[in-house]
Design a protein around this ligand. Structure first.
Ligand SMILES: [Zn+2]
Ligand SMILES: [Zn+2]
Length: 184
């Protein structure tokens, strides 16, 4: 039984006008929240609350389902994974081209990917948004390719200055060697 429209999550799109209309297309634009539980280390999502992610493109009716081709975009503010410096906020854009299968057209419906199915003449872009963002947002961003990072011993930002921890580590190793009893 179809759900009343107000119960559908904002990530759903009614594709009833495209079903069984191979070749038909229509524009789609959704502004949706960052998916529940979705997080990337060192990353804040910026943008309108509950509309941080833009999904925009064209829906095309194919024999086996509905193809969504376009982009998924989100504004992020990240920190360098090595020195924790704030990076300039920017928009991450992922190109997407994903087929939502029509189970009625499939030889073996159990073979289809659960997040990419047409259900009650609706598609839900939640899985598509998750997959696109997970791939497009760097999980270990760098402030620059040769960031020197923080010293693991004293925490000094090695981009800003040197410390003598490396020497001390080397000294400690030599000291440990000196303590070894090398006689059998
Ligand atoms: Zn850095
Ligand atoms: Zn140090």
């Amino acid at each position: 039984m179809p759900h009343p429209a107000h119960e559908l999550p904002p990530t759903t799109v009614d594709v009833s006008a495209l079903l069984d209309q191979a070749g038909a297309t229509r524009q789609v634009r959704l502004d949706v929240p960052v998916p529940a539980g979705f997080a990337v280390p060192l990353t804040d999502f910026r943008g309108e609350p509950d509309a941080e992610v833009r999904v925009e493109g064209v829906l095309e009716s194919l024999l086996e389902g509905i193809l969504l081709r376009g982009e998924v975009a989100v504004h992020v503010a990240q920190q360098c994974a090595l020195c924790l410096a704030d990076l300039a906020p920017r928009e991450v854009v992922a190109e997407v081209a994903e087929l939502f299968d029509d189970p009625a057209q499939a030889a073996d419906p159990t073979d289809l990917e659960p997040g990419y199915l047409i259900h009650d003449a609706q598609i839900d872009v939640d899985a598509l948004v998750r997959d696109a963002l997970a791939q497009a947002i760097p999980d270990a961003p760098r402030c620059r390719p040769d960031c020197a990072g923080l010293c693991p011993s004293c925490g000094i930002d090695r981009n800003a200055g040197d410390c003598t921890c490396d020497d001390q580590v080397a000294d400690a190793r030599w000291a440990a060697l000196a303590d070894l009893d090398i006689n059998p």
